[in-house]
Design a protein around this ligand. Sequence first.
Ligand SMILES: Nc1ncnc2c1ncn2[C@@H]1O[C@H](COP(=O)(O)OP(=O)(O)O)[C@@H](O)[C@H]1O
Ligand SMILES: [Mg+2]
Length: 226
Amino acid sequence: MIRLEDVSKRYPNGTAALQDVDLAIDQGDFAFLVGASGAGKSTLIRLLIREDLPTTGRVVVDDKDVAQLRHSQIPQLRRLVGVVFQDFKLLPTKTVTENIAFALLVTGHGGQIVREETERVLALVGLTHRSTHFPRELSGGEQQRVAIARALVNRPRVLIADEPTGNLDPVTSWEIIKLLTRVQELGTTLVMATHNAEIVNALRRRVIHLDHGAVVRDEREGLYAA
Ligand SMILES: Nc1ncnc2c1ncn2[C@@H]1O[C@H](COP(=O)(O)OP(=O)(O)O)[C@@H](O)[C@H]1O
Ligand SMILES: [Mg+2]
């Protein structure tokens, strides 16, 4: 589903954020991306969603080199790959329903589909009762669940989460992790960047460890000593 071939990323200021990364993540997999702050986790994620391009090497998602995508093919990648961030990135002037529906509108859907699919993902994350609320009226955990619903509404085959529990307390973090685990069990490939060792060690999934932009360890049922 995802392949990085000899990928390096050097920012214009000279920082080498990724160095010779080779990686393959299969459809349906659950992979943690771990490593200290600055190790290159977010950079790797930005390459996967084509928010940035590798300096050298290839990033392949669903058999397509993302750097080679034409402008008109980028919405396709956005439908294929959902993403959630540490700071939720909800639109403050839109309600919960409108935030989710927006993701469908920008991928060209309208009418009945928008209503049905928005209700479907709201139920999936357990927030049907919050549909008319604004983000500022929700707790952090609820806001992250809205962000997850928005990421899932286009039925992506891959869900990427960059430190999704970074702004949440431990109890709320576990609720989010349980939700993400359920999403993966329903068939979505899950890639989650985190430096929360407790979560990584409790779940025993694949652990890809980045250090100064290089993969230093990649283990099934791995552990992480932060
Ligand atoms: N836009 C940018 N311009 C220059 N350097 C950057 C940029 N984004 C990240 N970096 C640097 O690249 C390295 C990797 O950062 P990042 O991918 O954000 O790591 P992580 O998500 O693991 O904390 C760090 O040294 C960081 O300072
Ligand atoms: Mg980061």
